[in-house]
Design a protein around this ligand. Structure first.
Ligand code: F6R
Length: 607
């Protein structure tokens, strides 16, 4: 939610910030802006709309600036227009600030500052911070002190970058409940809300700890308050991973990366006949004693969690509750010391999931995160970590991170059940062998079905509303299929367990409604078939995802995508791809902004 960046050093700050913002645009794309400081002056350029709008300013920029900050916005307070775009000035235009998060007490602060003579230009909560720093600076002429004092007055969540004519060459930084990472260079330093922003220039990073603030210049980084040893880490993301290359959209590129991701997961976590999790951070003796597992997550990651319920069924008897983080965090659960909370998150920064994990931690419960971003808040705050190894996911609609989450959950429950002796070695070997076939079969599936799915999506994109149906493990897949479609095509779509049809949703069905059903060979096949007969008799337009070799399905509908004939629980790795591609092509036919759907952002760092 909002991307912020700062640069100070030997290069042209305007260009670095512009490029960095382009790599952060998935975090928000309502408006953008940058501020540059040099020789007693701050130059500001802000635009409503995408980062590309800054291009003329960058191209026309003749003066060299060594220091600057930039912002790409996902609006919370105030319209997505130019005035509300960041960075924000103080009254004198001597201080500029970009913010990610929400200042919950901004209204009170703003009223007090107005009384003291400050005048505001925007409707944002963020602008108040620039004025607050100005106010304290006015009193003390100490910018560092003013910045630190301003922070103590704020409630809510924030990551800031602030520059000023009073301290050229410096960027003041702070974080609370929003991520901020410093990138260390030679004679230059970077700061951003996510690593890809500066990945082409450095892989050496320092993560700001929760509640930390400080200042950077081209040579050093210094934290305020308590002394801490500066520990830099080297990140392994290849910058190429975050580039679209020959692909039309990141989403399509990321859909196609799924076989490679599963391969990576398999070779990292499966060694010979054994599964191991090197960063699990939780002892085997504790795992053997766990009495209950809670999975917490949001959106697509929550759907992966729901699938885990079914994935673990044949493996472990452990009671498992799966809940959306925004509900879980406000529940009054009586945890036991033998409970385990597993969070699932692509970004590792989702505010509600982070809060759910913190709730578990203060209750003394052990936590593991299944996460895609090393060094993210969730990884740093959880006891254990299972890296989903999907590589940077840029498309706002989650695809490869989702199947990576499914794969990690599957391997985790296989590992967990083996520790607790709930499965036997022969059974596990069989599962592992089958799992290792997935990448090859996914590649084949993509090769055989790409054109077909494109054609079917074109035919179905005329329908104004969709139901996605499944039973058993296909039910959470139906939820995910509906979410993918609605978020990138804006067509209303709902996922349901097929058995629930008659309890309401069937009222929607007529010849103008699309029904996507996942009907794989398994013990609920016949039940599912009867549900589809009911839809057919009401003229709903059915698209079926069925198992290769199913001859009866054609009696129901000519629109069928065949999934490889495998154990039903493994079919999710193919139906996921089919549903993602279907949503992609429907959105494509409707001319939607696929990688940056309206009103969304990749990383949801506010409640
Ligand atoms: C949908 C999507 C979102 C995220 C959700 C959680 O395609 O991407 O629903 O899954 O916002 O985000 P993470 O996984 O970063 O916690």
């Amino acid at each position: 939610m909002c991307g912020i960046i700062g640069y100070t050093g030997k290069r042209n700050a305007a260009k670095i910030i512009f490029q960095g913002l382009k790599r952060l645009e998935y975090r928000g794309y309502d408006s953008c802006g940058l501020a540059l400081v040099e020789k007693g002056k701050i130059i500001l350029n802000k635009q409503a709309g995408p980062i590309a709008k800054l291009e003329p300013f960058i191209a026309g920029q003749k003066v060299f600036f060594s220091t600057g900050i930039g912002h790409t916005r996902w609006a919370t307070h105030g319209l997505a227009n130019r005035i509300n775009a960041h960075p924000h000035f103080d009254c004198q235009k001597k201080i500029a600030l970009a913010h990610n998060g929400i200042i919950e007490n901004y209204f009170t602060l703003k009223k007090e500052l107005i009384k003291k003579g400050h005048s505001f230009r925007s409707q944002t909560d963020s602008e108040v911070v620039a004025h607050l720093v100005e106010e304290f600076f006015r009193q003390t002429k100490d910018l560092e002190g003013a910045f630190q004092k301003a922070i103590t007055k704020l409630q809510g969540s924030f990551a800031f970058v602030l520059i000023s004519v009073y301290a050229p060459g410096k960027i003041f930084i702070a974080r609370k409940d929003s991520p901020l990472i410093v990138g260390l260079g030679e004679e230059e330093n970077f700061v951003a809300s996510d690593i890809p922003a500066f990945l082409p220039f450095t892989h050496r990073v320092v993560y700001l700890e929760e509640g930390e603030s400080g200042v950077i210049d081209a040579k050093k980084i210094r934290f305020f308050g308590r002394r801490r040893r500066l520990r830099s880490e080297t990140v392994s993301f290849r910058s190429i991973d975050a580039v679209k290359g020959r692909w039309r959209h990141f989403m399509l590129k990321e859909i196609y990366e799924q076989p490679e991701v599963i391969e990576r997961i398999s070779s990292f976590y499966v060694k010979g006949k054994k599964i191991h999790f090197p960063q699990l951070g939780i002892s085997q003796s504790f795992l053997k004693k766990v009495k209950k597992i809670y999975i917490v997550a949001c959106g697509t990651a929550y759907h992966a969690g729901l699938a885990a319920k079914y994935l673990k069924e044949g493996l472990s008897q452990i009671p498992l509750e799966v809940e959306v983080s925004s509900e879980f965090r406000y529940r009054q659960i009586k945890f036991s010391s033998h409970d385990l909370v597993i969070s699932i998150s692509q970004s590792g920064e989702t505010a509600d999931t982070l809060a759910a994990v913190r709730l578990a931690k203060v209750s003394g419960v052990k936590t593991i995160t299944i996460c895609n971003v090393m060094g993210s808040s969730l990884v740093r705050e959880s006891d254990g970590f299972i890296n989903t190894l999907a590589g940077p996911e840029v498309g706002v609609a989650s695809t490869k991170a989702y199947t990576a989450q499914l794969a990690c959950l599957f391997l985790f429950f296989l590992y967990f059940s083996s520790l607790r002796q709930e499965t036997v070695s022969v059974q596990r070997q069989k599962f592992i062998k089958e799992f290792q076939q997935i990448p090859r079969l996914q590649r084949e599936f993509l090769r055989l079905n790409f054109i077909k799915i494109k054609r079917l999506a074109k035919a179905f994109s005329k329908y104004g509303c969709f139901l996605f149906l499944g039973r058993g493990i296909n039910y959470p897949l139906a939820l995910e299929g509906a979410l993918k479609l609605k978020e990138i095509s804006y067509i209303p779509a709902e996922g349901y367990p097929a058995g629930e049809m008659k309890h309401g949703p069937i009222a929607l069905i007529d010849e103008y409604k699309g029904v996507v059903c996942i009907i794989t060979q398994g013990r609920l096949y016949e039940k599912m078939f009867s549900n589809l007969e009911e839809i057919k008799s009401r003229q709903g337009k059915i698209l079926a995802l069925a198992t290769q070799g199913d001859r009866t399905i054609k009696n129901l509908t000519p629109a069928v995508i065949f999934l490889p004939s495998l154990q039903e629980y493994l079919s999710i790795f193919f139906s996921a791809i089919a549903l993602q591609l279907f949503a992609y092509f429907v959105a494509y036919n409707l001319g939607r902004s696929i990688d940056k759907p309206r009103n969304l952002a990749k990383s949801v760092t506010v409640e």
